[in-house]
Design a protein around this ligand. Structure first.
Ligand code: PLP
Length: 399
């Protein structure tokens, strides 16, 4: 039995079945490469689902985390500490807007904080939240209630939140749904789990206008799109609007668990003393890692790399003529190769057999969300192999 098989067996015996048993056991990583438990090497084009922004074992993160864990690993929120305050200040400076930050440990928790903030700010006379069909906001009860994918939401209802779902990307339908009963609209600038589906240009601006007209708050979930993934620090900046609330996680910690809920203007002071909390929120080690991520993205022009390598990847995929490939969508280093048949799991398996990690995000869409430091050469390596991967998947073989 291989090391991977042994780990998978132990996983199955000891861990709950909610993820199924993953196909691969990973043991270590360096840059954009990872190695499995049997020593096989892969180019990581999914980065722990859009998380490992600086790849694996980045020296800046290793140094920041090592120094912080050796100094003070945890305080709880009974005490103030430098990395937490510095990270909030740094985020607000990047956002270039007046606001306040709440830190937590994951994307779902960031959205839970946003839901409570909205309730506090809007009161009980506005009971409705508007969210998008096929949107994804997390697996906890509040974030799941506003998640537009019925198959994962419905088995766990009722939720105690009155949610109105609208078709994503349709400005007129959104405007019709946002009336004076609506406390807030929750949207992703691009639907990540839905299959990397960008909103049409102007959609976020239309959402801003609909919210302003009805007195509703606009909450943008940039848990997957934020921190450089699309080539901008935050995707909403491409439409020159400002949400009332912004939620972040994933890439922020570069692999350490951290989430953030940012309230702009009055929304920054909506939650009052005693309203919300998390023992591990603003954990100093996670904050130190996030500070290192932001510092490297800024000082090494990582956003420029995201745009340039993203263009290479998207252009290269678009240029491949293959019967299984319909096209490519997304921006920056956040793309979906769209297939002509529901064979994404076969493409993912074939990619793995060829030494690449990708993700079957939808039956007909293969997601690429690599580290933001992916090089042109690494992108080209994948492009060179992709036709053979598609052919292997099409033929029903994994290699
Ligand atoms: N919101 C969006 C847009 C996401 O993509 C995700 C995770 O994929 C979440 C929320 C939930 O984040 P987490 O899994 O960290 O709870």
């Amino acid at each position: 039995m291989t090391e991977s098989e042994d780990l998978r067996n132990r996983f199955e015996a000891a861990m709950m079945a909610n993820y199924g048993t993953p196909p691969l056991a990973l043991a270590r990583g360096q840059g954009c490469r990872v190695w499995d438990a049997d020593g096989n090497r892969y180019l990581d084009l999914i980065a722990g689902i859009a998380v490992s922004a600086l790849g694996h074992a980045h020296p800046a993160i290793v140094a920041a985390v090592t120094a912080q864990v050796g100094k003070l690993a945890h305080t709880s929120n009974l005490f103030v500490h430098e990395p937490g305050v510095a990270l909030a200040e740094r985020l607000l400076a990047l956002l270039a807007a007046d606001g306040r930050v709440f830190f937590c440990n994951s994307g779902a928790e960031a959205n839970e904080a946003a839901i409570k903030l909205v309730r506090r700010k809007q009161g009980s006379s506005r009971p409705v939240i508007v969210a998008a069909e096929h949107g994804f906001h997390g697996r906890t009860m509040g974030s799941l209630a506003i998640t537009g994918k019925e198959s994962i939401r419905e088995p766990f209802g009722p939720f105690g939140l009155d949610v109105r779902f609208v078709p994503y990307g349709e400005a007129a339908a959104l405007a019709r749904a946002v009336d004076r009963d609506v406390a807030a609209v929750f949207l992703e600038p691009t639907q990540g789990e839905g299959g990397v589906i960008p909103a049409k240009a102007g959609y976020l601006r239309a959402a801003r206008q609909a919210c302003d007209a009805a007195g509703a708050l606009l909450v943008l979930d940039e848990i997957q799109s934020g921190i450089g993934r699309t080539g901008a620090w935050f995707a909403y900046q491409q439409e020159q609007i400002l949400p009332d609330v912004l939620t972040l996680a994933k890439g922020l910690g570069g692999g350490l668990p951290i989430g953030a809920c940012v309230g702009f203007g009055d929304c920054g002071s909506a939650l009052r003393k005693g309203d919300h909390g998390s023992t591990f929120g603003a954990n100093p080690v996670a904050c130190a890692a996030a500070l290192a991520v932001l510092e490297v993205i800024e000082s090494e022009n990582v956003l420029g790399n995201v745009k340039a390598v993203g263009d290479t990847l998207a252009g290269g995929i678009a240029a491949i003529g293959h019967p299984l490939l319909r096209g490519v969508r997304g921006s920056g280093l956040w793309l979906a190769a769209v297939l002509t048949a529901d064979k994404a799991p076969a493409v993912s398996a074939a990619a793995q057999a060829h030494g690449f990690l990708v993700n079957a995000v939808q039956p007909d869409a293969v997601r690429l969300a690599p580290p933001l430091i992916l090089s042109q050469e690494e992108a080209q390596e994948f492009l060179d192999a992709f036709p053979a991967i598609l052919s292997a998947a099409d033929a029903g073989a994994a290699a």
